[in-house]
Each structure stands twice: as C-alpha cells, then as structure tokens.
Design a protein. Structure first.
Length: 374
C-alpha cells in the first residue's frame, strides 16, 4: 500500500466540481439558526441497556420520535438537508458509515471504508450537501503509524471523489471554513491499530495538531500544535468568523493539570491560544473534553466533560469562563437559537439557557455527540 501519497479519483474533475459548487460549510450549520420551538428536533447515537446500538431523533422536550438499529456503535452524526438523511459514523475502529432516511425510519445505505482503512467517528458536509468529508485511518500488519486521511465522497452514489492526507496521525473531528475553501482537522496524534483498538501505541512520541488543508487539492496550508505534545487534539468547532475552537484530552500523568481548550485563527495566530482560567477549573475536567458547540446568538461556547461531570460555558469574544454546570456523565451538546441542549451517558437530556431544565430521561446511554436536525 502506498502510504505517503495523496490519492485522487479524477482529481481534475473533483477540483472542477468543487469550484462549480462553491461549497460553503460551518461547524455551526447543524447546531444553530433554528429556534428551540415545537418543531425543533435533535439526533444522537445511543446504546440501550442490552448493548444494542441505535441512532435516534427526538423533539425539544426529549420525546423520542424515531430510531434505527445499527450494527455497531456510532460516534458523531451529520444531517443532509438536501437528501433528508442522517449520516452516522462508526466509532474508531469501525469501518461502517450509515445513511439513514429519517422519514422512512430506515437505513438507506451502508458504506464500508476502503480496505485497510477505518473511520474515526466524524464527518462534515458541504453546505449544499453534495460532498461528504470523513476522517479515516490507514493501517496494515506492520503497525506503522501512517498519516491519517480525509476522504471525500459525493452524496448521490457515495463514490469517493478524492482522498487527502490529514496532516497528522489520528485525525478525529473536522470542519469546513472560509466559505468551504479550507478544511480544518484535529489530528489527535495517537497511533492505534484495529488489532488492539484501545491501546495507545505512541504516548511518549505523539504529535497532535490542527491542520488546515485546501478543500479542492488537499494541500497543507499550515499545522499548529498545542504546547504539550500529550494534549491530544480531538474535537473542534468553528465560529461564523472562522475562529477555531479545540478541545483536548491529556494523555500525561494523572497528577498533571493542563489547559484543555484552545482557540486559533488562521493567518492571525502564530500558535494555539489556551483559554485562561484557574487550575482548579481545569482539574474539574479530569483531563478530558468531549463535545464542543457554539451559540452564535449569545457568543458562547459550551464544552462537555463526561469524565469530569461538568459542562462549561465560555465567552467567545474574550475566551473567558462564564459558568460551570455539574452534570454527571455529560456527553453531547448542541445549540439552537441561544439555548444549549445536552445529553448524558445515563440517558438524560437537559436544556441550558436562563436556567437548567431537565427533559426526558431514557433507559439508554447517549453517545458523546448530538446535532440539531430541524
């Protein structure tokens, strides 16, 4: 297998299509611009008490509206308004991507990753819904730490249009920015192999970063690393003004305390900027962040920590802490018109605005991510 080359399926055709589409996307497309009203709907993957895996969608009060059983645990989702479908991405090291018709309440198609590749749990759509970008990992029997890839598929027949190197090892969440011209990827830096998927093979030498790539060619524009090489950059989101927010998971000694949330603006910031707050706040995270979501109405960022049992809220204009809310095993977070809705691994749903409101509690375990679909 060629491991250090960018692979394209009709590269010239892909670049031409990208320019014609004028693909525009934002990390907040699925999380904002929709009033939390009687018509609001959200979606998340979950696992029931018997260990069966599903993708479900629910209303603003947490009432389940539909669900579809899937073979393996999913991680994140994205919603295609053009085709009215949900894409559910396998949790590392899964090799399945589910296309779900929410009107029919059924799996429309199941897509397998290429041979010797697996999904990393995340994907993002162009604004028009014509292209789907996913983070994926290359592997073989040698256990070599290959650079990850971003795979681009169309959403008509799901054929692969292009494949780019991601700029680092272990690509996780990604987003489109700058009117769809740039892809930003959180490369976690951790080398794993499907033969032992939860074993971290390079903790001492890991090199996390966020990388910016040209969306049409995959050309690397720049990479920026956190100040400590054991701060694994996992999840991110992008504001309407193209500021990137990154959540980290620290892989160092248990007694060490590190800032876990950073911001960065391409061409303006020479390095990732750590959010500033007291050490005792960072200790509350238990070295772990999960989901991030932006509320553009009130200029707020929400970050969950299921290990720490907290949801934190930050001012995106000053990168300063606004509030800490205790919430056991909190997982997903989504924003809708000035309000945040969160989920937990204990089946709870909560709404956070002027005050915290508990919604429905289900007998299941919500996964770490949630999106707004209506």
């Amino acid at each position: 297998m060629a491991v250090n080359t960018i692979q394209f399926n009709s590269r010239r055709k892909f670049c031409k299509n990208m320019l014609a589409i004028g693909a525009v996307a934002s990390a907040t497309v699925l999380m904002s611009g929709c009033a939390l009203s009687q018509t609001s709907q959200f979606a998340s993957a979950f696992t029931d008490l018997s260990g069966k895996h599903f993708v479900g969608w629910f209303d603003h009060n947490g009432n389940m509206l539909g669900r579809v059983k899937i073979q393996a645990r999913a991680h994140d989702l994205t919603y295609c308004r053009k085709h009215k479908t949900l894409f559910a991405f396998s949790r590392r090291p899964g090799n399945k991507l589910y296309v779900i018709d929410i009107n029919a309440g059924a799996i429309k198609k199941q897509i397998l990753s290429s041979a010797e590749q697996h999904f990393y749990g995340h994907g993002v759509l162009s604004e028009g819904g014509d292209l789907l970008y996913t983070t994926e990992n290359r592997f073989d029997n040698s256990y070599k730490a290959y650079e990850g890839v971003v795979v681009v598929r169309n959403t008509t027949n799901y054929a692969i249009e292009a494949e780019f190197l991601s700029g680092g090892v272990g690509p996780h969440q990604l987003a489109l920015m700058n009117q769809g011209k740039i892809i930003v990827v959180a490369n976690g830096g951790i080398h794993t192999h499907p033969a032992s998927p939860r074993t971290k093979l390079n903790i001492e030498s890991m090199k996390p970063n966020i990388s910016y790539l040209e969306a049409t060619s995959g050309k690397l524009i720049g990479s920026f690393s956190p100040p400590n090489n054991q701060l694994s950059t996992r999840h991110l989101c992008v504001s309407n003004d193209n500021k990137v927010y990154v959540g980290c998971q620290y892989q160092g000694e248990k007694h060490h305390t590190q800032p876990l949330i950073f911001s960065h603006t391409l061409h303006d910031d020479p390095e990732l900027e750590a959010f500033k707050t007291e050490l005792n706040i960072w200790r509350m995270f238990n070295q772990y962040t999960a989901s991030l979501a932006i509320d553009p109405v009130n200029n707020r960022l929400a970050v969950t920590s299921p290990r720490g049992g907290v949801i934190t809220y930050w001012d995106t204009q000053t990168d300063s802490l606004l509030e800490v809310t205790k919430q056991r095993d909190c997982a997903g977070i989504a924003s809708s018109n000035g309000l945040f809705v969160g989920s937990t691994g204990r089946g709870e749903l909560v709404r956070q605005g002027q005050r915290k409101v508990s919604l429905q509690k289900h007998r299941l375990k919500w996964d770490n991510h949630m999106i707004n679909i209506v």
